[in-house]
Design a protein around this ligand. Structure first.
Ligand SMILES: Nc1nc2c(ncn2[C@@H]2O[C@H](COP(=O)(O)OP(=O)(O)OP(=O)(O)O)[C@@H](O)[C@H]2O)c(=O)[nH]1
Ligand SMILES: [Mg+2]
Length: 398
């Protein structure tokens, strides 16, 4: 599971990335600070199955705090994109390629409008962040269109000559962008394109296909960042009304970064995603105390969190519609090393017990006999659809 962090320059993408991964990346108040993409591990937060069994789990990956399980996902922080990036403007087209493997995107906008399109500082509220949402959508669609258009005539002729399936051929060509066969099939159907004559699809039809495939394989959620800047809430309300088809979540990446750094130094107690923290060190100076007080009053109390955890969770569970499932045994919740409920898998909603078996290991999938729902203590078959936070045991032939 990979989530890309995108947006125009100087919006706070690397701050968001650093606050979620604590990776050592450069952050600065100027455009094009990030050039080479940063990749790191962030976590989605789920209710751990351990509380159901009244035990404390021992995660192999991630952590569990107060029965909130933090499950790892990959984050990619890329260079700032500007209007015309797809055609090589700014840091150009090749930087879009850093997003190829992303399953979904978090677009960071500066909701306080303090930075213009090029990433230069301007008076707060003088730049309209709606423009970011519009142009980024266009850039991403054009990126897909260019990939599709390049060599299309030859590609389409060849598919026809070989009497091959255009759906399968397109899937093969675009699979590096996380385009599935199902996405291709559904897009072609909804656009009513004739699968027998791909060589006659017009440029407009190819553009429509690129747009559909992009929306399916790189869905976007919006991080309305810098919400800590006074007056931003008006922009937030306006933009939420303007872009009804997007999920827009207020965010202060800078506040989350400050809290996570204090947490790392044992200065505070804080669970990412919560609306409060507790100062536990006497070593904080007055400036640090005032900064934390500001975060509590202006961000956590007003918005119920810094928004960073909410965005990661919303990207995985709402946008991509995934569920979290734990492997576990009917008679024993431990693995061979004695760890209790050591794993948690993120799988698409609608996955069956057999899909889950294959997700754990191909051998487990191949030798599947039946499965058990460990919470309900019942046997389930291979086609049984799993639910969020289920604990499942797979019985195998060997
Ligand atoms: N007030 C406020 N400032 C923020 C917030 N997040 C980031 N910033 C500031 O915004 C500036 C840009 O942050 P970066 O994280 O480097 O932005 P970026 O989008 O990665 O920039 P490029 O890599 O140049 O595209 C820095 O001065 C940050 O401190 C926030 O939540 N609130
Ligand atoms: Mg950056």
């Amino acid at each position: 599971m990979k989530i890309g962090i995108v947006g125009a320059p100087n919006r706070g993408k690397s701050t968001f990335f650093k606050s979620a991964t604590l990776a050592d990346v450069e952050i600065a108040d100027r455009p094009f600070v990030t050039i080479k993409a940063n990749t790191g591990i962030a976590y989605v937060k789920v209710d751990c199955a351990d509380s159901f069994f009244n035990v404390q789990c021992n995660p192999r990956f991630g952590s569990c705090i107060n029965h909130k399980r933090f499950v790892p996902i990959e984050l990619i922080d890329v260079a700032g994109l500007i209007r015309g990036s797809y055609a090589g403007k700014g840091l150009g087209n090749e930087f879009l390629n850093d997003l190829r493997e992303a399953d979904a995107l978090i677009q960071v906008i500066d909701i306080s409008g303090s930075v213009n399109e090029a990433g230069e500082k301007v008076e707060p509220f003088s730049y309209n962040p709606s423009e970011d949402i519009e142009f980024l959508d266009f850039e991403l669609n054009m990126w897909y269109y260019q990939i599709l258009r390049k060599g299309w005539d030859k590609f389409a002729r060849q598919v026809k000559q070989e009497k091959a399936s255009i759906i399968k051929a397109l899937h093969k060509q675009l699979s590096g962008l996380k385009v599935t066969e199902e996405y291709v099939e559904n897009s072609i159907k909804s656009l009513k394109l004739n699968v027998e004559t791909p060589e006659s699809w017009s440029d407009q039809e190819l553009m429509n296909l690129a747009t559909e495939l992009r929306h399916k394989s790189k869905p976007i959620i919006i991080a309305a960042n810098k919400i800590d800047i006074k007056g931003s809430e008006k922009n937030l309300e306006r933009i939420k009304k303007e872009f009804l088809k997007y999920k827009i979540i207020p965010c202060s990446a800078d506040s989350e970064l400050a809290l996570r750094e204090c947490l790392k130094k044992d200065l505070i107690k804080y669970i990412p995603g919560e609306n409060n923290f507790e100062i536990i060190s006497k070593e904080l100076n007055e400036k640090q105390k005032a900064a934390l007080e500001f975060i509590q009053e202006e961000v956590l109390t007003n918005y119920n969190s810094t928004g960073v955890q909410d965005l990661l969770n919303a990207a995985v569970f709402d946008l991509l519609n995934y569920i979290a499932v734990f492997p576990g045994g009917m008679n024993n919740l431990k693995d061979k090393d004695g760890r209790i409920i050591p794993d948690c898998f993120l799988i698409p909603s609608g996955s069956t017990a057999l899909d889950f078996a294959f997700r754990i290991h191909t051998d487990i999938g191949n030798n599947f006999i039946k499965a058990f729902d460990v919470k309900k203590r019942i046997v389930i078959g291979k086609d049984h659809k799993l639910g969020n936070l289920d604990v499942i045991e797979i019985a195998t032939r060997k």
